[in-house]
Design a protein around this ligand. Structure first.
Ligand code: CP
Length: 355
């Protein structure tokens, strides 16, 4: 299949890993390769929250709200009837893959889940060849998770104009639907508006695509007080340039906070030069009942999952009255319905403009 796109402006994985906001924002939205927005600002591909403005993020939240009834229950609406969505998860996932599938079915789409473990990717077929073969089968949206930072952007530069890419998490770079479901959860559950919130993010920011998307979305939505804490080895160089405050002491970090967000520690890092033992980590950075008591009395406890109980967070906190961790999962269905529906709208607008 011919590839006529200019790919010289593709963002390499190493560029994404540098956590350089100006490069990433500019290239996601204005690169010659394939922008994530149509010229009217509608979504062409959903690759990252970086570069989306406050009104665009609010529109995604507002769209997600339309999928709840007056009792707060999710409703079905066949906005994707006749559309085909393929879920291409090259990395393991419980929450993202399943909530995308639930969202797609609630929208009435035809859904196909590629089983990567038994696909020809295991025989060494390249990502580009896998993509070209799947698009030859005809689809409207590919939802992609991949271990390589920049994979979703790469796919957006490669697909034919009638397919949209949604990023389900790429390497360390971005997890935009997780970022948006976290924003929906805060919007629904926090007693104060974004502009008045103090948010503490705790854990492995360096290797976390969730942290990158959350920090970007929180700032765009007006949060001024974003605090981060982790062992120095788990903080990326240049984190201060994002306008977050780096804390050394966990008690100070969570004091008077409105939201405490834990991040997953990857087990393979425990006991490595990056991270001492899990018990030492828990002692210094664990989200414990004593520390939660230092935050505002109505503070929300969040975690994207999967959680390491007793390392990042005490079970009594994870399952306690302030925890919204399972609400994050439920909100993930609504936000993915919104992103799928808005992407399909943008895709139709893109097709109409091509004439
Ligand atoms: N939060 C999240 O991305 O979880 P999964 O890896 O299970 O999708």
């Amino acid at each position: 299949m011919p590839n006529t796109h200019d790919t010289k402006n593709n963002v390499s994985p190493s560029e994404y890993a540098k956590f350089d906001p100006s490069t990433i924002h500019q290239r996601l939205n204005t690169s010659l390769s394939r922008p994530q927005l149509n010229s009217d600002g509608s979504i062409r591909h959903f690759l990252g929250v970086e570069g989306l403005n406050k009104a665009q993020l609010q529109a995604i939240i507002a769209k997600a709200e339309t999928f709840f009834d007056e009792n707060g229950q999710l409703i079905n609406r066949p906005e994707l009837e006749g559309c085909t969505v393929m879920n291409l998860f090259f990395e393991p996932s419980t929450r993202t893959r399943t909530t995308f599938e639930v969202a797609e079915k609630r929208l009435g789409a035809n859904v196909l889940n590629l089983d990567i473990a038994s696909s020809s990717a295991k025989k060494g077929e390249s990502l580009r060849d896998t993509l070209w073969n799947l698009q030859a089968m005809t689809a409207d949206i590919f939802v992609v998770r991949h271990s390589a930072s920049g994979a979703a952007h790469f796919m957006a530069t490669e697909v034919t104009p009638d397919i949209a890419i949604i990023n389900g998490g790429d390497g360390w770079h971005a997890h935009p639907t997780q970022g948006m479901l976290d924003m929906l959860t805060i919007h629904r559950e926090a007693p104060r508006p974004f502009e008045e919130l103090s948010v503490a993010i705790i854990g492995d920011v360096k290797h976390s695509r969730v942290a990158r998307s959350d920090i970007s979305a929180l700032q765009t939505l007006g949060v001024k007080d974003i605090r981060v804490i982790a062992p120095r080895t788990l903080l990326p160089k240049g984190i201060e340039r994002f306008g977050v405050q780096v804390y050394e002491d966990m008690n100070s970090c969570v004091r008077d906070c409105d939201v405490i967000m834990g991040l997953r520690i990857q087990n393979e890092r425990i006991g490595s030069p990056l991270l001492a033992s899990s018990s030492e980590y828990y002692k210094q950075y664990g989200i414990t009942p004593e520390r939660v008591a230092l935050a505002k009395p109505d503070a929300l406890i969040m975690h994207p999952g999967p959680m390491n109980r007793g390392v990042e967070i005490a079970s009594s906190v994870a399952d306690g009255p302030q925890s919204v961790i399972l609400k994050q999962v439920s909100n993930g269905v609504a936000i993915r319905m919104a992103v799928l529906a808005l992407t399909m709208e943008g895709q139709r607008a893109h097709q109409a403009n091509r004439g």
